[in-house]
Write a protein that binds this ligand. Structure first.
Ligand code: THU
Length: 136
C-alpha cells in the first residue's frame, strides 16, 4: 500500500502536469506522475507533433524523465485528464510501465477529481518483460 500522503502528491502532480500538455491536434491533455523507488515523483504530459506518429504520451514522458535521472524501479503511476471519462494508458505505455515494474498500482483521475485504482497486471496480463531476455 502506498502512503496516503504520497498518493495524494502523485494525484496532484498528475493533475498539474496536464496543464503543460502540448495537444494542438487532439485537444486531449493528459498528465502523469510516476513514483520511483528513491521516493521521488516524476511528471510528464503528452507532447504531440505535426507528424502525428511522433506524439509521446504523458506516461512515457514521466517514466523517461525518471529513467534519465537513474531511476529503475517504478512503484506506482497516476494518470490524470480534465474530461469526465477516466483515462486509460495505451498499449505502448502499458509495456513501458512493465519495463520498470512487474506490477504496480495505476491511479486514474478524471476531470471531476474522482479516482480509480487498477494495476499493471490487470491492464497487461501475461506480459512480456525484460527478464525474458535476460534468461536466454
Ligand atoms: N495519450 C496519453 O498521453 N496518454 C494516454 O494514456 C492515452 C493517450 C495522448 C496521446 C495523444 O496526445 C492524445 O492523448 C490522444 O490520443
Amino acid at each position: 500500500m502506498l502512503d496516503p500522503k504520497l498518493k495524494q502528491e502523485l494525484y496532484n502532480q498528475a493533475q498539474t502536469a496536464y496543464g503543460q500538455a502540448y495537444v494542438p491536434y487532439s485537444h486531449y491533455p493528459v498528465g502523469s506522475a510516476a513514483l520511483f523507488s528513491s521516493g521521488k515523483i516524476y511528471s510528464g504530459c503528452n507532447v504531440e507533433n505535426a507528424s502525428y506518429g511522433l506524439t509521446v504520451c504523458a506516461e512515457r514522458n514521466a517514466i523517461f524523465q525518471a529513467v534519465a535521472q537513474g531511476e529503475r524501479k517504478l512503484i506506482g503511476i497516476a494518470i490524470a485528464v480534465p474530461t469526465d471519462v477516466f483515462p486509460s494508458p495505451c498499449g505502448a505505455c502499458r509495456q513501458v510501465i512493465r519495463e520498470f515494474a512487474e506490477d504496480c498500482p495505476v491511479f486514474l483521475i478524471n476531470g471531476q477529481g474522482e479516482t480509480r485504482v487498477t494495476s499493471l497486471k490487470a491492464l497487461l496480463p501475461e506480459a512480456f518483460g525484460p527478464e525474458f531476455i535476460e534468461l536466454v
